[in-house]
Design a protein around this ligand. Structure first.
Ligand code: ADP
Length: 252
C-alpha cells in the first residue's frame, strides 16, 4: 500500500510572527497587552489600528525584544523575544513614530552604520550596507548630512535606511506616514511595497493601511478586538466607532 500521506514534502512554512497569549505590563503598572493571540505569515503586510493608548507601540517593543516579556508567549523570526533579545535586532527592525528618537549621530552615514557596526561586521561590509540602504530609500549621497537638518520625509527615510541596513526579515513601522506631506506619503507607500518582507504598520492613517495591507489587527485597551481583511474590518462602522476609530474615506 502506498502510504504517501504519511510523508509530507510540502511542510507549511513557520509563521514570521506567532503570538500565543502575550500579556504585558510596565513595572508596577496595569496590564497593557492582554492575552494577545495572532499569527502573521512571512511576507504579509498587516495593519495595526486602535485608539491612542491601545498598546500598539508596546506590542512592537515586545516583539522586538525591547520590552521584556515572559518566555513562550511569542515567536518572532524563529526567536523567542524573551530568550533571544540579542539576536532580534538583526531580524526585526522598528521604525519609530518620531524619527528624532531614531537619529542620534552627527551624520546620516553614521546613523545608518550604527546597527551594522553593532553586529561587528567588517568595515567594507558596513560601508556596502550603508550605501545599499541609502540607495533603497532614495538618499544616496546623504552620508555626511546632519540628520536633524533633514526634512521630515528625509528623516523618516534615513531612519528606515538605518533599519534596512540590518537586512531584517520583519519590519515594524509605528505611524510611518505621520508628518509626511501627500507626496512623501505616496513615496513611502511605494517604498514599503518595494521593500516587501513581513511588515506590521501601526497607524491612525487608515487610508495608508488600506493601500498597503490586506489584513488588519485592531487593538483596544490591550485586547485584540478584530483580525481580518482590511476592507471588512475598516468598513465596519460599529466596530470602528466602538474603538475610537472612523471608517476611512475610500470605504464610506
Ligand atoms: P499606542 O501605541 O496604541 O498609543 P502605547 O503602547 O504607547 O499605545 O501605550 C499603551 C499603554 O501603556 C498606555 O496606557 C500608556 O500610558 C502605557 N505606557 C506606554 N509606555 C509606557 C512606559 N514606558 N511606562 C509605563 N506605561 C507606559
Amino acid at each position: 500500500m502506498n502510504d504517501a500521506s504519511a510523508i509530507s514534502v510540502t511542510a507549511t512554512p513557520a509563521p514570521a510572527i506567532s503570538v500565543t497569549g502575550l500579556t504585558f505590563a510596565y513595572p508596577a503598572g496595569p496590564t497593557v497587552l492582554d492575552q494577545l493571540r495572532f499569527e502573521i505569515a512571512a511576507g504579509e503586510a498587516v495593519g495595526l489600528v486602535g485608539p491612542n493608548g491601545a498598546g500598539k507601540t508596546t506590542l512592537f517593543l515586545c516583539l522586538a525584544g525591547v520590552a521584556p516579556i515572559a518566555a513562550g508567549q511569542a515567536r518572532v523570526a524563529g526567536l523567542d523575544p524573551a530568550a533571544d533579545r540579542k539576536q532580534l535586532p538583526a531580524k526585526v527592525g522598528i521604525v519609530f513614530q518620531n524619527s528624532d528618537d531614531q537619529l542620534f549621530s552627527a551624520s546620516v552615514g553614521d546613523d545608518v552604520a550604527f546597527g551594522p557596526l553593532n553586529l561587528r561586521l567588517p568595515a567594507a561590509e558596513v560601508r556596502a550596507r550603508v550605501a545599499e540602504a541609502l540607495a533603497r530609500v532614495g538618499l544616496t549621497g546623504f552620508e555626511s548630512r546632519v540628520p536633524h537638518h533633514l526634512s521630515g520625509g528625509e528623516k523618516r527615510r534615513a531612519a528606515l535606511a538605518g533599519v534596512l541596513a540590518m537586512r531584517p526579515e520583519i519590519l515594524l513601522l509605528d505611524e510611518p506616514s505621520m508628518f509626511l506631506d501627500p507626496r512623501g506619503r505616496r513615496e513611502l507607500l511605494a517604498l514599503l511595497g518595494e521593500i516587501g518582507g513581513t511588515q506590521i504598520i501601526a497607524a491612525h492613517d487608515l487610508g495608508f493601511i488600506l493601500e498597503r495591507c490586506r489584513r488588519v489587527l485592531a487593538l483596544d485597551r490591550g485586547r485584540l478586538v478584530a483580525d481580518g481583511p482590511a476592507r471588512e474590518v475598516l468598513a465596519d462602522a460599529a466596530l470602528m466607532e466602538a474603538h475610537g476609530l472612523e471608517v476611512p474615506y475610500p470605504l464610506r
